[in-house]
Design a binder for this molecule. Structure first.
Ligand code: UD1
Ligand code: UDP
Length: 361
């Protein structure tokens, strides 16, 4: 029987748990590794386990696309089976996906402790499934690893019953650990058609599932003041096809659409681009890493990462095409230097989390 179970379900969870897995290994803490399979395509899941040299999951599943509720329920039932079999003392979950809530629910009902990595983020935007997931998971967790003091404050305001630790975000550890390898290994720049470019990603359900927002994004990218490189999440590609926009944009002159790319390639594009346009959560944090330091235009109405905004890295501009274009032009001409430290920590978050697990659980 191993005391710790590490659970991942999607691309960002694998990336952000990689440093935690390494820190557990360094402390010689045995763990069971589960990929519960919310993401199932190779280029959204297994690719990252291989590239980041993580151990082969002890349990690995694939859940095809379902509705939000059914996906959560199916993962819950799967995780309950595995938890009953392996009986860990604590499970570690990361972030705010349906996998995280489902695993935490399965664990709490079996009396198993829950460590929530990246606890306490709040967008206060209840249209987002992620906001439901992170709030509920925080209230089920016994150990809350808050990345910042602001996240800690959110948790205290809600009177969560678990113990809170401020650790930094493990994504900064991930950038520090992987960028030097990416700079040696990645050949992505050979495939990019432009010398100077913006890097874009967009996949949030409340954005790309709305045809008018999706259209705004594509028009803004096609008319941006510099060409846009866009590694595209399959959810977005499917919506473009459904809305008959795919043919129009797939070979657009100002836009290079790529399939989802590996972490090393993505890190290199973040390093080399002029600025980042995104509705992603994790990318807002990565942009603040000292070795990346990029402006981020957040194409959403809210962010659960206010630290990136306060530090001057991120601007939340909404989803209107004209506002997006205006902010791109302004930011491109903004010569103010960005801070040299990240509000998300110094790359030692995973070490702190593993230390807590060793000493307190
Ligand atoms: C999920 C998370 C989101 C996170 C994102 C990371 C929730 C509510 N959302 O969003 O917080 O930012 O992962 O990328 O948990 N699909 C594939 N292949 C896959 C997985 C998904 O083609 O391997 C397609 C399917 O059509 C599916 C759609 O993407 O319906 C959405 O997948 P899902 O996992 O439900 O949500 P994401 O948009 O990936
Ligand atoms: N990422 C990647 N390849 C891509 C797009 C993103 O490796 O084609 C990485 C990115 O560096 C970040 C994470 O995936 O670490 C973000 O995932 P995503 O935007 O899907 O999820 P979110 O952070 O919004 O939950």
């Amino acid at each position: 029987m191993k005391d710790v179970m590490v659970v991942v379900g999607t691309r960002p969870e694998i990336i952000k748990m990689a440093p935690v897995i390494r820190a557990l290994e360094k402390e010689a803490i045995p763990f069971t590794f589960v990929h519960c399979g919310q993401h199932y395509d190779y280029n959204l899941s297994q690719q990252f386990i291989e590239e980041l040299n993580l151990p082969k999951p002890d349990y690995n599943h694939k859940f095809r696309a379902y509705s939000q509720g059914l996906q959560t329920a199916k993962i819950l039932a799967y995780m309950e089976k595995i938890l009953k079999k392996t009986k860990p003392n604590v499970i570690l979950v990361e972030g705010d996906t349906n996998s995280v809530l489902a695993s935490a629910l399965a664990a709490v009902k079996l009396g198993i402790k829950i460590g929530h990595v990246e606890a306490g983020l709040r967008s206060f935007d209840l249209r987002m499934p992620e906001e439901h997931n992170r709030r509920l998971t925080d209230h089920l967790s016994t150990h809350l690893f808050a990345p910042t003091k602001n996240a800690e404050k959110n948790l205290r305001n809600e009177n969560v019953w678990g113990k809170i630790y401020v650790t930094g975000n493990t994504v900064i550890d991930a950038v520090i650990q992987h960028l030097p390898i990416a700079e040696k290994k990645s050949k992505i720049l050979e495939k990019i058609k432009f010398d100077k470019f913006f890097l874009a990603t967009a996949h949030r359900a409340e954005n790309v599932d709305n045809p008018s927002v999706l259209k705004n994004f594509m028009e803004a990218f096609a008319e941006a003041p510099l060409p846009v490189v866009y590694p595209m999440h399959p959810r977005t590609r499917k919506r473009l096809i459904q809305n008959k926009l795919w043919q129009k944009y797939k070979n657009s002159k100002n836009l290079q659409i790529l399939p989802p790319i590996g972490y090393f390639d993505f890190l290199l594009l973040m390093k080399k681009c002029e600025l980042i346009i995104t509705d992603s959560g994790g990318i807002q944090e990565e942009a603040t890493a000292p070795s990346i330091r990029k402006h981020v235009i957040v194409i959403r109405f809210s962010t659960e990462r206010p630290e990136a905004v306060q530090a001057g890295f991120a601007k939340v501009v909404g989803t209107n095409k004209n506002y997006i274009l205006k902010s791109l032009k302004e930011t491109l001409n903004d010569k103010k230097e960005l801070p040299k430290v990240s509000p998300y920590g110094d790359g030692k978050a995973a070490e702190k989390i593993a230390g807590t697990i060793k000493n307190e659980i």
